[in-house]
Every structure is written in C-alpha cells, then in structure tokens.
Write a protein that binds this ligand. Sequence first.
Ligand SMILES: Cc1cc2nc3c(=O)[nH]c(=O)nc-3n(C[C@H](O)[C@H](O)[C@H](O)COP(=O)(O)O)c2cc1C
Length: 406
Amino acid sequence: MSSLNRTKILLGITGGIAAYKVPALVRLLLANGADIQVVFSANAHHFVTPTAIQALTGKPVRDNLWDAEAELAMGHIELARWADLILITPATANSIAKFANGIADDLLSTLLLASEVPVLLAPAMNQRMYLHPATQSNLQRLSAFGYSFIGPDSGEQACGDEGPGRMSQPEAICEAVIQAVSDTNQPHASTSGNWLITAGPTQEPIDPVRYISNRSSGKQGLALAHAALAAGGNVTLVAGPGVPASNPRINRIDVITAVDMHAAVHRALTDIDVFLGVAAVADYRPTAAAEQKIKKTQKADDLTSLPLTENPDIIASVVASGSAKCVIGFAAETDNTLQHAKDKKQRKGLNAIILNDVSDQSIGFDSHQNAVIFIDDNGATSFEKQPKDRLAERLVHEIISRFDVA
Ligand SMILES: Cc1cc2nc3c(=O)[nH]c(=O)nc-3n(C[C@H](O)[C@H](O)[C@H](O)COP(=O)(O)O)c2cc1C
C-alpha cells in the first residue's frame, strides 16, 4: 500500500522563488498515493503556473476567494473540511506573518483559519528575512498554534547570500509529510520519553507592584519544549512570567516565583526521562514582601537595604530526588565561561550542562539567536550561532542520542 494512501493534502504555494521546485514535490506526493488540491496565493502566480500544477494533479488550482463558480463547486469552508493535512511550501515571510496574526485576506489564509487539521510549513526566504526578529517571533507563534516546520535548509541562496532560509528539498518535504501522516494515525504514541522543562525568569516580590527578576525571555526553554514535543516526547513546561504561548499539546504550568517553580517541578517529577532546567531562577528573594506598596516618602533608612533569603536550588533538588533519569542544566556565564560551567555541572551532579556565553549581547537573553556549548562526561560540543528554534531541535536530538532517551 502507498504510504500516503489517499491522504487529502491541501497544498498551499506562496510567492517565493523556491515555488519552481513544487511540481517535483507534487509528483513525489502523488507517487506516494496523496490526493492533492493546490491553492495559490496571488503572488505564487509570479513563480509557477497553474497549468503546470493542474497537469500534474488533474484538478484546477484554486486561488481566489471570490471565484463564484469554484465556490459553488466546493466552497472554501468545504475545502478546509476536505483536507486531512495542510502543507504550505514555499511559505514566504509575508504569508508566515499573516498566518501568525490570523489575517484571512485571501483564499489560502482563510482556509488555514477555517481548518483544524495538522499544518506543515516549509519556510523559504532570504537569510536576513528569516533571521529578522519579526519572522522569528512569527514562527514561534505558529509553533505555539501547533504548526510544524520542515527546514529551512542552510547554504547558498538564489540571491547570492549564504545562510538559513533555503526551502527543503522536495524529497525531504515528502518524507516529512509521510511522517506527519503516520504520527497523526498514532497520536498518543510517545517515542521520545517524558520531558520536564523549566523556562523563563522568576519574579520575587518586594511589594505588590515591585519585584526582583532578570532578563530571561523564556524563548530558548520554550523552543526546547516545542522541539522535544516535535521529536515525539511528552512534555511538561513549568513557565515563569512572560514566557510566550506554547503548543496546546504541552502540559504547561505557569508560575511566578522560584518557590512556586520549585513546588510545581516536584509535583510534576514522576517518571521523567529528561529534566531540562532552562529557567533563570532568582537565587534570592526579599525575605518579607511588603503587603502594601512601599511609599517614596518612607524613611530613607528603611529603603537602603533589602534583606534577602536564599531560594531553593531547583536543579540540585531534582538531582537529589533521583526521579529524573537525566538532568541537564543551563549555565549563563560572562567570564571564564567553560570553567564555570564545568564547575557547576560537577557541583550539582548534572548529566550535562549547556553553556551560554551571555557576554555576547547578540545571543542569549532577549535575542532570537543563541550559540551554546554542550558539555557532558564525554566532552564538549559547540553549536554555532543560529535561531533558538533550530538550536533547540539540534540540542534535543543530541540529548536523545547521547542519553538513549526512548
Ligand atoms: C524575484 C522574487 C523572489 C522572491 N522570493 C521570495 C522568497 O523566496 N521568500 C519570501 O518570503 N519572499 C520572496 N519574495 C517576496 C514575496 O514575493 C513578497 O513578500 C510577496 O508579498 C509574498 O506574497 P504571498 O506571501 O502572499 O505569496 C520574492 C520577491 C521577488 C520579486
């Protein structure tokens, strides 16, 4: 039996140069037994012709929400219901921005909003467009909706630039579609263990309106949670304040303080294969948070010192509990980074530590990019500067293979 066995694929093509590769992809999907209906964005016409696509699929390309004849034959909502899976390739920066914001101003974006089936996108664009914070945060939003991505690949681009943003090859896209269809048919099979991940900062109240916190955005922890989910893991995310929305298939617990995070982690700590402590947990909290807002007019003496109490060491307590097979921490360091990270790994008894050199302002905190060194008992592996979601995928695969997570 063919692997796509009459799976109904709604294939969206948007206005990117890589659209010229889509006819080859259509042939591969058809050869694997897919039933394909292609929908063009208005700008896709500049890159590939409906005639070429129609000759392959045997169906007219749909491209217009206002085509009365096509609407009568199969209305747009009916078309959204028809699909078992939506694949958009190439997905331009513009279309990704529209999808991330729920804009429905043409047939393809309207179909996407009207559908509940799995969505796969193969982004393709110039590397600067891909690395732009607007595109990166749009991609994170789409991840949180549960959409999956194929690629993009890195390398030489049509415009002459070098970097990430090339559309994946038709063979890789076809393979990802076959995998997604097989995953959908066994939706609850966990193939990559139980993951417990902390992300973001904590806030330690001084009074009802003020707190001590740090610059962590939670993006790297969130990206790791999405990557572990995509790899087939069951994921629980304990998220500090301000961590962006996560995929609804992630079991998310929102907390504010380090003490709350510690309690939430220990409640979730049963049968965990991988604990990833990515959160930037405050080491200290004000000993007594004032119940009322502290006034500027209060005596200066009272305001010049703030007694602090040490917070629980969450990651060390996870190691001590023995309830996680593999415990991995993050070290954000600014000086003598490798030595500090190795010391921390040793001191806390971690299986591995992921070192983030935050003295480089273009990576780490607040940024969409990161570069890290993964250190375990077998040595250190460097991961060059790249978008946090790509890095997360690579780290999750590294962890799965090094620690035999299943
Ligand atoms: C020659 C050419 C190639 C382009 N290639 C891409 C591309 O690969 N990716 C992309 O995001 N935009 C690309 N663009 C820009 C998009 O076509 C433009 O943003 C358009 O508004 C996208 O519309 P759509 O998303 O509705 O299809 C290209 C534009 C031109 C003129």
